[in-house]
Design a protein around this ligand. Sequence first.
Ligand code: ADP
Ligand code: MG
Length: 873
Amino acid sequence: MSRASTPLMQQYREIKDRHQDAILFFRMGDFYEMFYEDAETASRALGLTLTSRNNGGATEVPLAGVPVKAAGEYLRRLVQQGFRVAICEQTEDPKHAKGIVRREVIETITPGAAFADDLLDGSRNNYLCAVHSAGDRTGIAAADLSTGEFRLIVCHTQDVDAVMARLTPREILTRRDSGSAVRRLPDDGALVTEREAWEFDAELASSEIARQFGIASIEGLGIGEGDMPAVAAAGALIRYMRELQPGGVPHLSRPVVERPGGSMPLDEMTRRNLELIESLRGGESGGTLLSVLDRTLTPMGSRLLRQWILTPLTEKTAIDARLDCVELFARDPIGREAVRDALDGVRDIERLGSKAAAGRGTPRDLRALGDSVGRLPALHDALAKLAGPNGIEGGPLGPLMQKWDGCAEIAADITTAIVERPPIAMGEESCIREGVDSSLDEWRSLRDGGKDAIAKIQLEERTRTGINSLKVGYNRVFGYFIEVTNSNSHLVPADYQRRQTLTGAERYVTPALKEHEEKVLNAAERIEQRERELFEALRRKVGLQIRRLQCAAQITAELDVLASLAEVAEREGYTRPSVTSGFDLKIAAGRHPVVERMMPREKFIPNDIRLPENARMIILTGPNMSGKSTILRQTGLIVLMAQIGSFVPAASAEIGIVDRLFTRVGASDNLVRGQSTFMVEMSETSAILHTATEKSLVLLDEIGRGTSTYDGVSIAWSVSEYLHDHVKCKTVFATHYHELTQLPDELVSACNYSVEVKEVGEEVLFLHRLVAGGADRSYGIEVGRLAGLPPVVLERARKLLALFEGEEIVSALGGTGKKGSRVSAQGSGDQLTLFGSAPNPLVEDLKKMEPEKMTPIEALALLDRLVSRARQG
Ligand code: ADP
Ligand code: MG
């Protein structure tokens, strides 16, 4: 079978051979056609009809096509499903082509390399990452093609997951032979693209990077010896981007270099458990720290705030610098309002600028860029007023504003050339203003004069023929014509040439009419061509200013975030924390920033948390629903907020900067990963014990719950001991295991706190108030009552409880090692808990299974696992 028996299919084959791993959109007139396997893949993925095309001989080629006009939507769906799509255009005018039209792939679109608005989310970056591990250091190069942002990150290899969780790249490049560099992908499943090992060569990469930025050596970018793993990754990244974008990536900004220690790595579990940017219930909208803090007005600002939340700082001076700025904005509500007024209406300068630099972007995009940049002077004025007599330079905004560039002439260039409301596409409507280009104006007056002339002709012909209903009209097929109704056809002069017969009328042309028509059409064509030239020249000119635009966008983003943080601080009654390089953490009247918003004002009960060096571990007990988890998380959130430079929901807060923040919440099971809940819980606990340092803050919520009670208490106990004796970090351990209230007897720097409840008759009142000392009972039955258990059941439970208490059938911590025996010797009030909360983990797990969603094989594997767990006890 000859697969390429027509010249067209030959051309297709040649191009397809160079783009094996992509679906090839092969432009043919008004359609992008796909052939062979691409057609089959796309028809499956998009639900397109698969047809076939005769290939010259006897063979039929599978074929599927999408109209060019609707291609954006199909592209979006393919890319979202993780496909690469190579766009092959006709690169010459078919009218002038001899033989087959020349075609070329002009770009390849992948999840990590997208420009189009409908492939992007304005409030988050779209990163493409390359990862290169070199022993205990790993380099990550991250680029957002849509904004031009470029980062070189060197981290401890153990922190790769945390960095990746923060970036949530859409696509990851790894070395074909590395295999293990990215062990676990972020949950939303980035596309992994393997590249050849040689592409990760640091030396080659250095010259690649130098070439990209037109400099002699990468040292000029502040890159040093220690950054080499990231440089190696960047080499592969840049090479790949150039492959996808044959036109180059001129807007890639100079890299920001991040080294270990500069910021706090947040692992995925901590990010999720604290509900920083997505809520545990799934979805990104409400109920997150981001949703509370985000009052930004620009897309750049909202992207930056997201980055800040995911990258808390660890250096006091850097944190204070941000806090100073927030304070400046917070102190002057009127000044802040003026700044925010100026920010309002600033569109995505970063992405619009990148589009221009990459030779994309419609007239409407360019005008939006011009209008946005045009607001910068007003922003600067507002800032100057806010800063007061010492000027911007003298105040906290000084360092940020040093690089300020209002880009005034860029805005002027655009707004003087482009009309106020330009069309999306060139053509029909004009996009260049009057007075910009004299030849354009001439053609326009000719065209418009031509129209006047037509009206004049109509009048003349009416007078000449005496036909008052005579009309001069236009259609695409016949051009200009004179229409005369049949009742007047006897009056038609001899020089009229008949062109078209309608029911009831005839259409004619005259030589004079044809002459005008020529002029008008000619003019229209020239106008369109000239407008395109002028527009493209302007876009190029603006695109060349991309560095300045990026700088302006960055400063604007930062101002937006700072003002937003101040806005929230004032509205929500936050205060400025005092961050120190010391150890102590002291929060007075702290609140949970998200939970407090879900209840009426003043309803949330503030609590104090103190973790000084000599009482650095809190064992937090209290019945279910009393507020343990809330206190735990609010502690983490307040520390995190302080370290991103935000004010905090507390009456006052002293924050000894933490190098890491770990949160493990036992209740949030992660069945998605297919590991048993308890296994996940333990592997995460293990990761914490291995990586936490003295400067870390560890928040544990119900660790050990996923196994039998005795196991659970034992593990919780020894984990606490280890954190206290070896790691020596600040720890809050919320637990319903009352046995753990014995820990402080043994560990000098641990202390008991509990959440107060009040008993009024048979009722319990949750006061949500933290008090010193451990809880004495679990109130499980009262909680059951609140939850609506029938009175009979409650009554029976009370009787049983009394019975068990009397018989002491449960002995605390029986036989779990040396410490356990000590506890059990003391333990007496602890027994109820053991009774009240010993759910069978197997049964608990079974409850979560969804057999209707399993394949037979999965069901069998599950059964096998359950049986072996049951046998192990
Ligand atoms: P626990 O972890 O002890 O079971 P949670 O922290 O989950 O309890 O809190 C249960 C509920 O109690 C929360 O959903 C919230 O509505 C309420 N709550 C918790 N803390 C407070 C507080 N400080 N003030 C007011 N309500 C609170
Ligand atoms: Mg809880």
